[in-house]
Design a protein around this ligand. Structure first.
Ligand code: DC
Length: 219
């Protein structure tokens, strides 16, 4: 089992990069942010407050989260992959992910889902908490303005006519919350290779991640 842990803030290009890098390496891909987003979505649908830790843990426990081979996420058999992608669900995910009980449950689930597979897992705390012994740790980052521009393009491609300045504000707020929370804050793991993708194309980032993974994963 080889674990490649990829962490970094929103808009660092993680999702696309990691999915492609996993395919090239022949590894399983797991997007842990999607799981926090799904809990946020289910909470909003069920009318559970985003700071009701007990209610959210119960919801997460009964959520029946499962990924298919294409990285689509299901909750109790329903495909929620598209519904969790909005700006609103990103904010909801950031709130529910600050709660220790929710994290404990989802981290356990992430370790279980990884099983004994060769896997590339992306999130905020994969190299620091979920798999502190991961063979490969990468921290992807980029300047906030670049990240906001990328997020805006992604959201618009999905038909969400967002304003870039608003996206930048939401992103800075999410960075602040994710990196200052008491439990598992976003930070670079000690041994992680940091990659600033501000001036890199998607192909270049994918190639760099694959090269780092191959170089550090051992034979
Ligand atoms: O990567 P993303 O934007 O889909 O993540 C959504 C939110 O979930 C993000 O604001 C922080 C949280 N998250 C987390 O706390 N830990 C993870 N491993 C992944 C995501």
């Amino acid at each position: 089992m080889t674990v490649v842990a990829v962490d970094g803030p929103v808009g660092s290009g993680k999702s696309t990069v990691v999915r492609r890098a996993a395919a090239r390496l022949g590894y399983v891909y797991l997007d842990t942010g999607a799981m926090y987003r799904a809990v946020g979505l289910l909470a909003m649908e069920a009318g559970v407050a985003l700071d009701d830790e007990e209610g959210l843990v119960a919801l997460a426990r009964g959520a029946g989260l499962a990924f298919d081979g294409d990285g689509r996420l299901f909750a109790g058999g329903r495909d929620v992959s598209a519904a969790i992608r909005s700006l609103e669900m990103g904010a909801a995910a950031s709130q529910v992910s600050a709660l220790p009980g929710v994290r404990r449950l989802l981290v356990e689930e992430q370790r279980r889902l990884a099983g004994s597979a060769d896997i590339v897992m992306e999130g905020r705390d994969i190299g620091t908490v979920v798999f502190p012994d991961a063979a490969v740790k990468i921290y992807l980052t980029a300047r906030p303005e670049v990240r906001a521009a990328r997020r805006t393009a992604e959201l618009r491609a999905e038909g969400d006519e967002v304003d870039e300045a608003e996206v930048l504000d939401a992103l800075l707020e999410r960075d602040r919350r994710d990196s200052t929370r008491a439990v598992a804050p976003l930070r670079k793991a000690a041994q992680a290779v940091e990659l600033d993708t501000s001036e890199m194309t998607l192909d270049e980032v994918v190639a760099a991640v694959v090269a780092i993974a191959r170089g550090q994963a051992g034979p």
